[in-house]
Unconditional design. Structure first.
Length: 306
């Protein structure tokens, strides 16, 4: 099956720890936490000048927060708002350090799992990478506008990668801070139960209905032409679904049997992560009736065509 070509953008120019301009109203400092999930590291954004908002303060790294505050102190600037796209360990734990040192208020959708529907999933595996400690001082919902001196940021609820995921639009520049929902260097990880493929696909479609000119994801470079990328991510997931249906056309199978066919070109070391992604698709396709199982649904159940 022909793979969808995703127009990735990966060329990131930066210096660790330096507060660098990315647009007239936005600066960024990247934390030194590179990994297979964070690319070069967490990009912490500063919005405005003088009194500023910080989006995704990153991991609980005193060094990173030092770098951020040093860059602002050099110009006599203060942090008044701390916004969180979602509660993963590379995004929200730095908020505690930043609030201790600035007294700024925190904004987010809610605590981890805050957007999760109660009955969802039988898979109670505790999610690695979740920040269970963060609770926003001010809970914001889809469409809420967070205003500071000289900036206004609109919240866009985009569950999928994480049930409490928010993007934020800087209205003046039509820039969308896209968190981990849409990144230029990689597809997003959708891992049940907090990760939800149905929500993710809806949240991608939601962005196609908007007119944002540019995305600034938390990891990787700015995305200057976002709509074709979002469209390709949707097509990529549809192609995965087609692969699952093709696999089940051979007969009932477990996810562990589907994965080696679907991910023939990747290292078997990545199969466990791939299985969670396929499981996210399977749950989505169970909901809309495109596949079925005769046992309680789980990562290990046998699935078949209806
Ligand atoms: Zn992240």
């Amino acid at each position: 099956m022909a793979d969808v070509v995703i127009p990735f953008v990966k060329d990131l120019r930066f210096e660790y720890g330096a507060l660098e301009s990315v647009s007239p109203g936005v600066r960024r400092v990247i934390a030194h936490n590179p990994s297979a999930f964070t690319y070069a590291g967490t990009g912490t954004y500063v919005v405005g000048h003088g009194e500023v908002a910080v989006i995704d303060p990153g991991p609980a790294s005193p060094e990173h927060i030092d770098n951020l505050l040093r860059g602002l102190a050099e110009r006599g600037e203060q942090v008044t708002h701390v916004l969180i796209t979602h509660t993963h360990l590379d995004h929200s734990p730095g908020a505690r350090l930043l609030v201790e040192r600035t007294g700024a208020s925190t904004y987010g959708f809610g605590p981890h799992g805050g957007g999760l529907r109660a009955q969802e999933g039988d898979d109670d595996k505790v999610e690695e990478g979740a920040d269970l400690a963060f609770v926003p001082q001010i809970a914001v919902q889809d469409g809420d506008v967070i205003e500071g001196r000289g900036f206004a940021l609109e919240s866009v609820h985009t569950p999928g990668h994480c049930s409490n995921h928010l993007c934020f639009q800087l209205k003046d520049e039509r820039v969308l801070f896209s968190g981990d929902h849409v990144m230029g260097w990689s597809t997003s990880v959708i891992s049940p139960p907090d990760g939800d493929m149905t929500d993710y696909l809806q949240s991608l479609s939601k962005l196609l209905d908007r007119d944002d000119a540019r995305y600034l994801p938390t990891h990787g470079p700015p995305i200057e032409d976002p709509r074709p990328l979002v469209g390709a991510f949707i097509a990529h997931r549809r192609a995965r679904e087609a692969q699952i249906l093709l696999g089940l056309a051979r007969g009932p199978q477990r996810i562990s049997e589907l994965v080696p066919h679907m991910y023939a070109s990747v290292s078997p070391l990545l199969y466990p992560a791939a299985a969670r992604s396929v499981y996210a698709h399977v749950l989505h396709m169970l909901k809309d009736g495109r596949l079925a199982t005769d046992e309680p649904f789980s990562l290990h159940a046998v699935y078949h065509l209806p």
